[in-house]
Design a protein around this ligand. Structure first.
Ligand SMILES: Cc1ncc(C[n+]2csc(CCOP(=O)(O)OP(=O)(O)O)c2C)c(N)n1
Ligand SMILES: [Mg+2]
Length: 200
């Protein structure tokens, strides 16, 4: 894809999360988490910070637990490629409120811009469709179409968004896992987040 057709990742993520109402956002490790933080830290954000390959499965768990809320996983192509089997599990579970958005710079950006498989034509939306996602697109210019998937379309949905491979300034959200987990649970469960399971 020519450079002229590639999007700015910060703009993509800020547009996706604008006017988000109750939506839940899960970030992959590294740059996608920084993109989400740059759009504004939020108590319904859950940042992975590590666990490469795990973002989509966290998203599935949250989507199944909160079926009334839109859940969007925003992750990198390298992270997605590491957890590719999770797309098949989503195909089996069919969460209608889950959208996976891959910020595809065709690079492992964080570790030195090595080329990923998508740079050689591996088509992640085709994989998602083959895994029984209801809708899967590769978006170049049209972020409105991705918003439509996240907020208005019964899923599971998938979008690969082709972006430039620019290295951007770090925008770091909180890094304390205990804080992030407690904040996220409280945002979704209110006071019942504090109730401990009975000893059995
Ligand atoms: C299991 C594991 N392997 C490798 C790494 C090192 N690593 C951290 S970020 C990253 C690249 C992520 O690429 P991508 O998801 O495409 O994000 P980008 O920075 O390109 O947006 C790698 C290889 C890691 N953190 N964990
Ligand atoms: Mg990448």
């Amino acid at each position: 894809m020519s450079k002229a057709n590639l999007l700015d990742r910060r703009h993509v993520v800020a547009s996706l999360l604008a006017d988000r109402k109750g939506a839940i956002a899960i970030g992959g490790l590294g740059a996608s988490t920084y993109d989400i933080a740059a759009a504004g830290d939020h108590d319904r954000n859950f940042y992975l910070w590590g666990a490469m390959g795990g973002a989509v499965m966290i998203g599935l768990g949250v989507a199944l637990a909160q079926p009334e809320l839109p859940v969007v996983v925003i992750t990198g192509d390298g992270e997605m490629l590491m957890g590719l089997g999770s797309l098949a599990t989503i195909g089996v579970q069919q969460p209608s409120n889950l959208t996976v958005v891959v910020i595809d710079n065709e690079r492992y950006g964080e570790t030195g811009m090595q080329r990923t498989h998508t740079a050689d034509g591996v088509d992640l939306s085709a994989v998602a469709l083959a895994c029984k996602f209801k809708h899967a697109i590769t978006a170049a210019k049209d972020i409105a179409a991705v918003r439509e998937l996240v907020y208005k379309t019964a899923g599971p949905n998938f979008a690969a968004v082709k972006v430039t491979d620019e290295k951007l300034p770090l925008v770091l959200p909180p890094h304390d896992g205990v804080l992030l987990k407690a904040r996220f649970r409280r945002a979704l469960l209110g006071d019942s987040a504090d109730v401990l399971p009975e000893k059995g």
